[in-house]
Design a binder for this molecule. Structure first.
Ligand code: GLC
Length: 545
């Protein structure tokens, strides 16, 4: 077993987020302490020692607030309380206290673009008349057509179908996601004041940061103009433009005013409180506008997640992301998987090939400067579960589009011979989504201490990342090396100490020579001449002092 990382509890470093490894906890699927088949805050609390030993610096918890759970908690009915399904505020306080004592920071998910339709504001809006003050907090509009029977414009929900739903008195309201997630009117001062207060509520409870959900969405273009392209007219979904083209409901310039108002609030608290944007923008340059000293600290680089398994594709997105981050003075934020996307083992080809590539990609990501986000279970090499029975799927997008994100949300296997493999206490057999039988061999217990297991690979890489002078903190810019076609190789150095990361995407084994001694590898290396044979779809870190 690897030694625990040597660090003092909560080192007081305001810049911790610049180089942190953040572990995303999808709360309902991480650990179930009370035996109802759903993960909870107490479950997280009990597993904190595992996370510390893994070697991460912070946890991002997906929404655990009061919610009807139509969209896995991204439909919040009370922003200042814990859903009973996950525990209580006291459980949250106990969890964050223990996390901090172990040196782990806590980031919570803030969902400002929309509330739940069960939120008191939306209930009041429905009960009130068209044109009333209650409706002003949301985006209500009259329909088109003689009787107002057509939606106010051609906008489509990201989950499929029209982005508008008609209410009993004939008006329509906007929901860029599910009808149970009405969009707020961010030009309304009460909405702004409310969220500034919600930020303070959680900052006062000690949170170290926020992940901002749909951070590009809060402001809609004046006059709510048509896009002029949707499933009805072209047979192609409007969401195809996400991150590729201009949409009147995303990435509007005015959204930056909101972040410029939030930043002084974050900065007024001690200890480096931060925020990371889940933002989709047309270009890396527009994405970079969300980060900087007067806005947010980070924005996920989804281009890295979307890169295909080729040296050119990785090199291009890495170079662009690094260049943008240099311009804005904030570090790049790398991510390979999250709760919305197919797990990268499966994206890279599934089965043995997918796993080999996923392990190599982890070494690539963890050698880059900046902050890395891990998604729970990637350290176990979990694949997407592709064969969940339809009747168990809960993603609201599934009903509207047939596409479902449930396959990356299956509960984590911890130990034991029978599903749900230690996710729930002994004797509880039913988790909210079933884990496949193949996951018995992938559990934390099954991989712990096993040389070459994915879990031990992550532990080793995280330990080196923390301790190695060329990787620790923000040290060491990336210098690309010519290592032959299909081989990604770059070096980072601190003084005379040089660390080189080499990834073989070439489709044939290659000899790596001249980078020094290997210190971690995603597959077995064999010595050849003075160098090493790096197998297909493998990566390794080499060191020279
Ligand atoms: C974000 C979340 C996703 C959610 C959506 C609506 O994209 O990551 O899970 O469905 O926002 O809140």
């Amino acid at each position: 077993m690897t030694a625990a990382i040597n660090r003092t509890p909560l080192a007081s470093d305001d810049d911790w987020w610049r180089s942190a490894v953040v572990y995303q906890v999808y709360v309902r699927s991480f650990a179930d302490a009370n035996g109802d088949g759903v993960g909870d805050l107490q479950g997280i609390r009990e597993r904190l020692p595992y996370l510390r030993e893994l070697g991460v610096d912070a946890l991002w918890l997906t929404p655990f607030f009061t919610s009807p759970q139509i969209d896995g908690g991204y439909d919040v009915a009370d922003y200042r309380d814990v859903d009973p399904m996950f525990g209580t505020l006291a459980d949250f306080d106990a969890m964050i206290t223990d996390a901090h004592a172990l040196g782990l920071r806590i980031i919570v998910d803030l969902v400002p673009n929309h509330t739940s339709s069960a939120h008191p504001w939306f209930r009041a809006a429905l009960a009130a008349r068209p044109g009333s003050a209650e409706r002003e907090r949301y985006l209500f509009a009259d329909g088109k057509g003689e009787q107002g029977e057509l939606p106010p414009n051609d906008w489509e929900s990201i989950f499929g179908g029209p982005a508008w739903t008609r209410v009993a008195d004939g008006q329509w309201y906007l929901h860029l996601f599910d009808p149970a997630q009405p969009d707020l009117n961010w030009r309304h001062p009460e909405v702004r004041a409310e969220f500034e207060d919600v930020l303070r509520f959680w900052l006062d409870r000690g949170v170290d940061g926020f992940r901002i959900d749909v951070a590009h969405g809060m402001i809609k273009a004046e006059g709510l103009p048509d896009v002029g392209f949707n499933s009805m007219t072209t047979g192609r979904r409007q969401s195809e433009l996400l991150g590729k083209g201009r949409l009147p409901y995303f990435d509007q310039d005015e959204v930056h005013d909101i972040y410029r108002a939030w930043r002084p609030i974050l900065d007024s608290y001690p200890g480096g409180r931060m925020a990371v944007a889940e933002a989709w923008a047309e270009t890396p340059q527009r994405l970079a506008r969300y980060i900087g000293p007067d806005e947010l600290h980070q924005a996920f680089s989804f281009d890295f997640l979307d890169a295909t398994w080729s040296a050119d594709s990785f090199r291009k997105v890495i170079d662009t992301a690094l260049a943008e981050s240099t311009i804005v003075g904030a570090p790049t934020t790398w991510v390979l998987s999250n709760h919305d996307r197919q797990r990268h083992v499966t994206r890279y080809g599934d089965g043995e090939v997918g796993l080999r590539r996923a392990r190599a990609a982890a070494l690539l990501m963890l050698a880059l400067p900046g902050c890395a986000y891990l998604y729970q279970g990637e350290e176990l090499g979990l694949p997407e579960v592709l064969d969940l029975p339809d009747e168990l799927r809960q993603d609201p997008a599934f009903l509207r589009t047939g596409e479902s994100r449930d396959g990356c949300r299956v509960p984590i296997p911890w130990s034991g011979e029978l599903a749900p493999y230690g996710f729930s206490p002994e004797g509880c057999e039913l988790s909210w989504l079933p884990a496949p039988a193949t996951w018995r061999a992938l559990s934390v217990a099954a991989q712990t201490g096993v040389p070459g297991s994915t879990l031990e690979l992550y532990r080793a890489a995280l330990r080196i990342r923390h301790e190695h002078p060329a990787l620790a903190g923000t040290a060491g810019a990336v210098t690309w090396l010519e290592a032959g076609p299909g081989v990604l190789a770059f070096r980072r150095s601190a003084g005379d100490t040089v660390l080189t990361c080499a990834v073989n995407v070439s489709g044939a084994e290659v000899v790596i020579d001249g980078y020094g001694r290997p210190i971690v590898a995603s597959a077995e290396l064999t010595e050849q001449g003075g160098g090493h044979l790096l197998p297909v779809d493998a990566a390794a870190w080499f060191e020279r002092r």
